[in-house]
Design a protein around this ligand. Structure first.
Ligand SMILES: [Zn+2]
Length: 218
């Protein structure tokens, strides 16, 4: 049984776990490239830290064989970076993802689902879209299901009643699980919790999510 940790900042040496690491290059360019598969993107939090040539840097890193997608990118109404600037940077990255034919992008979204939907409508990006740490409501889920969206959940499965209910509304064929940047819950615990909430055997759930990843990368 292979478990996919769809979005992590701290990949551990874990047996039978396939990690998709978020390479935090624009936060700390001194970081060395992760082992295994990873994604690259300019996160809204680090916009001020990235030099003016960040689009070229991003494209260069993306050309690496182990770079599987663009992310995390997105919009965050809770962070200090000017929102208009965030929108500009997000639009540029959608454009880059389209040009590079990235099979998927990973989205960071805080209280900005409608803005993201507006961007998706305007963009002609044709790949898949994964909302990591999805915390939207049912209406937002419905609106996003009109696009090629997937939803990744993690630690909130233990902490938020809203997310515990949300996982039951997301079709299993649109689901991923992740550890993100926290260290309190391992990917094993998160799969355990998800299978409990969904009332699906862990092995079956794991197989479904492997299939989802294959579809995502097509
Ligand atoms: Zn993250």
């Amino acid at each position: 049984m292979t478990l996919i940790d769809f979005h992590t900042h701290n990949p551990k040496a874990e047996k039978n776990v396939f990690h998709v690491t978020n390479f935090d290059y624009f936060k700390a360019p001194s970081l060395s490239k992760p082992k295994g598969s990873y994604t690259i993107g300019l996160h809204p939090w680090w916009i001020e830290k990235a030099g003016s040539n960040w689009p070229e840097e991003l494209i260069k890193i993306y050309s690496d064989f182990y770079c599987v997608g663009i992310g995390e990118i997105g919009l965050d109404r809770k962070c200090m970076v000017d929102f208009e600037k965030q929108k500009k940077v997000f639009a540029i990255q959608l454009e880059i993802a389209k040009k590079l034919k990235s099979p998927f992008i990973v989205i960071h979204c805080v209280r900005a689902y409608n803005d993201i939907i507006e961007h998706l409508k305007e963009s002609s990006f044709e790949g898949n879209i994964v909302f990591h740490d999805f915390a939207g409501n049912e209406e937002e889920l419905k609106a996003l299901m009109k696009f090629r969206c997937f939803f990744s959940l993690g630690w909130r499965l233990y902490k938020s009643e809203k997310v515990q209910e949300m996982i039951k509304k997301i079709p299993v064929g649109k689901l991923f699980l992740e550890t993100d940047d926290q260290l309190d819950y391992s990917i094993f615990e998160i799969y355990h919790r998800a299978s409990e909430l969904l009332n699906i055997e862990q092995e079956k759930l794991a197989k479904e999510l492997v299939q989802n990843y294959e579809i995502l990368c097509q």
